[in-house]
Design a protein around this ligand. Structure first.
Ligand code: PEP
Ligand code: MN
Length: 341
């Protein structure tokens, strides 16, 4: 249920509603907008209905949330804008998250971080723990990779996005990650999502290879339910019957997710395409479609990359790419979120 307070509601009236919601075992999630406060009551619907909040002081109306994802629903609040070290994600802001698929060495990591920072990227990406299809493939540098990411962050000032695969690594990852990435293969790892929710750290959740948008939103709900409001959704390509490219980038998901949810929507053209030549057109299309940002792979020498070489952009050409994407984002009314504002 969603309890919409009157614009004249006092803080005491808001608190009284929260207390009553919690008294029946439900959780109250207040969202304070510029005009009105809305309180999401998540729990047993019958119990909340029996509270009879319709007539309570300061309450404008009580509206049922029909979707199974309550906190992620666009009914619940205005579009979410997440702030990370002065960079804004969501609303009128466009974020460029760029960096290598995986942290391979100090030189490769710092060279890429310097290049994307100089070009105006918003955040730096790089995996220290890698979800690989084969257990015989390189699995990431682990803690050493996190250390290199910390160094890149320190030198360039770019906030870091890195994947957490296993809740046992949460502590070291929290020391470095400004945003925790949940990989496509872990989208339905509910204990991991809940743990990240409890950590409170901003999170980017990638859509599973064969997941519906509702399943993606339910994954976000696991994080939100723990009181962590800073969740981004990421479309990264899904499995279809098409075999001409790695995955099918579902760009319809961008406007539809934005209709269904208030959470920012990021697009990953790299993993969808699997090919460098497709990354620019897909990025332009995603930006023009209204995505709140892009997460893209960049490497100083993609031919030498340990993983995902064919899809990584050349670091020394990243500036040109970013300029074009920035123009496409402007078509959708968004401005690149770069240095702290
Ligand atoms: C990645 O971003 O490096 C990655 C492995 O992505 P995904 O989980 O979407 O495959
Ligand atoms: Mn990759």
């Amino acid at each position: 249920m969603m309890i919409v307070m009157k614009s004249t509601a006092t803080e005491d009236e808001i608190q009284a509603v929260i207390t009553r919601i919690e008294s029946c075992g439900a959780r109250a999630h207040p969202s304070r907008g510029e005009e009105v406060t809305v309180i999401g009551a998540v729990g047993d619907r019958e119990h909340v209905a029996r509270l009879g909040l319709e007539g309570a002081p300061g309450v404008q109306q009580v509206v049922p949330i029909l979707k199974p994802y309550k906190l992620a629903s666009s009914q619940m609040r205005e579009p979410t804008v997440i702030e990370i070290e002065g960079r804004r994600i969501g609303g009128d802001h466009f974020s460029m998250i760029a960096g290598p698929c995986t942290v391979e060495s100090r030189d490769q990591t710092l060279t890429t971080a310097r290049a994307v920072a100089a070009a105006g990227a918003s955040l730096f990406r790089g995996g220290a723990y890698k979800p690989r299809s084969s257990p015989y493939s390189f699995q990431g540098l682990g803690q050493e990779g996190l250390r290199l990411l910390a160094e890149a962050r320190e030198e360039t000032g770019l906030p870091v996005v890195t994947e957490l695969m296993d809740a046992r690594d949460l502590e070291p990852v929290l020391e470095v990650a400004d945003v925790i990435q949940v990989g496509a293969r872990n989208m339905q790892n509910y204990s991991l999502l809940s743990e990240i929710g409890r950590s409170g750290r901003p999170t980017l959740i990638k859509r599973g290879l064969s997941s519906t948008l509702e399943e993606l939103l339910m994954a976000a709900e696991y994080v939100l339910k723990e009181g962590n409001p800073n969740v981004m959704l990421c479309e990264r390509g899904i499995r279809t019957f098409e075999t001409a490219y790695r995955f099918t980038l579902d760009l319809t998901a961008v406007p539809v997710l934005k209709e269904l949810s208030h959470l920012p929507v990021i697009v990953d053209p790299s993993h969808a395409a699997g090919r460098r030549d497709l990354v620019t057109p897909l990025s332009l299309a995603a930006a023009a479609a209204g995505a709140d940002g892009i997460i893209v792979e960049v490497h100083p020498e993609p031919e030498e990359a340990i993983c995902d070489g064919p899809q990584q952009l050349y670091a020394d050409r990243f500036g040109e790419y970013l300029e074009r994407v920035e123009q496409a984002a402007a078509v959708a009314g968004k401005v690149l979120s770069t240095v702290p504002s």
